[in-house]
Ligand binder design. Sequence first.
Ligand code: 9MR
Ligand code: ZN
Length: 764
Amino acid sequence: MKKMKQTVAGILVAAIMCTMAGCGKTADKQDDSTETATGLDAATTESAGIVDDGDWVTTEAALPDSKRFTIVDGSDAIGIDFDDNDLHGFTTFAEGGVFNIAAKDGALQADITGLGTAEHGCQIYFDGFAMANGCVYRMSFDISSTVERKVQWRIQLNGGDYHAYASEYIEIGPEPTKVDYVFTMEDISDPAPRFAINAGKYEGYESLPSHTITVDNVSLFVEDGSNAEVITGCPVPIQVKVNQIGYKPDDVKSVLATSKDDEKFKVVDVNTNETVYIGTYSTSAFDASMGTSIRMGDFTEVTTPGTYQIISSPSGASYEFEIGDNLYDDIYKDVVLMFYNQRCGTELDASISGDFAHPACHTQEATVYGDSSGKTYDVSGGWHDAGDYGRYVVPGAKAVMDLMLSYEDFGFDADDIGIPESGNGVPDILDEARYELEWMLKMQEPSNGGVYHKVTGFTFPGMIMPEEETDPMVLAPISYTATGDFAAVMAKASVIYRDYDAVFADACLAASEKAYEFMLANEGMAGFKNPDEILTGEYPDGGMTDETLWACAELYLATGEESYLEATQTALDAKFNTGFGWAGIGGYALYDLAKATGINSSVSQTAKTKFLDVAHKKLSSCKNSHVYIGTDIYAWGSNMTVAGDGMLLLMASKLEEDPAYLEYAAKQRDYIFGFNGTGYCYVTGHGDLSPQDTHHRPSQALGKTMPGMLVGGANENLEDPYAAAVLYGRPGALAYVDNSQSFSCNEITIYWNSPLVYLMTGLM
Ligand code: 9MR
Ligand code: ZN
């Protein structure tokens, strides 16, 4: 057993750190005495009388060296000998396989008792290295098995179609086999590939006795790096950032320069090349989320409709943007139509969905997990949750609620958005929400009112079109959160749809009451956990006091009944999450109680006080933020947090007069459209720089990007191998990469689009 060698992953990390230091963005905090600790001085603006002195140095600041790593001849990209009895990141994937791995006696040992359903039924894998096009590698390792059998080793793309860069089928047995394989990386460079050994079910293997596979001395050696491509990582963000879609004439308008040197900027009309405004930036401040010094400029005074660009000295130009009244119409339409495009169980019409049209998908009946009688239900319909095709009640309820509130709070009653139901006399937003509600009704167990947590396959499908996922569908067990969220939105729907369809409204209310009975009978039920065999999205949530509150509050608002009032009073006294996410959802209950008229006044007052308390804190976070946004936590789906903060501020503006609510709600919108650290407009198909390689199966299958999807955005937790490889060391607000392998940054979901619908509706 040989000594551990340094891995390219190690070199990669070192190279990125040099890159960060070299760009002068992380290391300059301490010696900039002009910076303020928190907040920025308000930008002063020069007179709009426009005297352009011509003194503009607008050369792009030297771009940091974006080499992510270099390939070193004679080094290991992977070099692990397990001598220290550590797995060094080796782990497993199962498709029905029953096995476990451990590092023992200086080697990796896999004890296999069930082969699963595919060659990768039992997969042992390793991520965390990188490969360059043109480089010659030597893959070697020792492998044995206590029974004679076949396995396959692969180095593969970690996502998409998982195709192999190199692979071999090998017969192994008790005598160790030495794999030694030299190959050239012909594919494009990959900063996050996967090395895997597939030890699952092969043709002719009905079963094998339980056995142990031993793996040792795993090495991916750089045999010849002389022709290896030098790999570049994420693009360097543009330094001068604006909302790329644009501003309404009377909006407060800000420009963000991620630089400490810029002192002034001008706003140039791109059609006439005329300078229409010259502004002075605030003093610089160090922004920890972006890990750099920034300055803010204000050009609210520019109100004339047109197309503009900011020229900043010395950082250069911004993307172009518009000032005008109807500039949101196109993006808004796409953001709303995204829900239609995510519809499941129905044919998508090419006249609406274009390339994304497809035949009806997922129409097969689903089996109830763990039901010995093999019970199946028709649960077709609803929206695909995200980049995967799962349909999950918990996040679906949040998305439906946002759409219903867009209608209720802002009278969004357009009936010509262009969905099949357009022109039917019911607002399209309600038609669209009803598509999900009708599916949710099917997810309720008729015998007891509980609601199945989700319907998916046992595992995520490949990067295929939805109608190609023909695997058996399974209904995951009933959960308290799914039942609570269901009870809440069904009660709400009974109010919202009553004027349009009283029969439907009654059905929703009855379903809600039945779900509530299940909740009463199952108080203290444990939070949902995926059964071992179901590997799709989990949506776990152990804190359920907010679901209890939301359910009884909406039932009280729908019925006025005393028992629901009492339950609401009790639930309001408990500790609960006041958010607008998929897990924490108490904000919806507070808001609906606070805005209701003619209900128990102490309940509505309590709810209003609690709601406004949350809103006041959010508003002051926005005011204290360098970039006017309400969060400094960049977790999975951070764009939902930002859109949700905008939503909260808009709601607060309905309960209490304060122009700051609208102003800062618009800032959350600006962030999403490009006024942020990465400079991305995070909605596909709009803006100058927007995501083009999303983790979204239809987009990946077709090699095109569906428009109108809001991606998850910056995520400092680096929760997928690709992000871990290319974003290591990046500050939170910059931890975003436009790559389909990065599902923790670049996936899309219905419940990230839905708060954006609310925010845009409110601001329009
Ligand atoms: O949006 C979810 C995020 O908040 C969680 O951190 C993450 C991991 O549990 O899961 C996200 O939800 C995914 C779901 O599990 C499956 N469909 C895609 C969702 C978005 O990535
Ligand atoms: Zn489907």
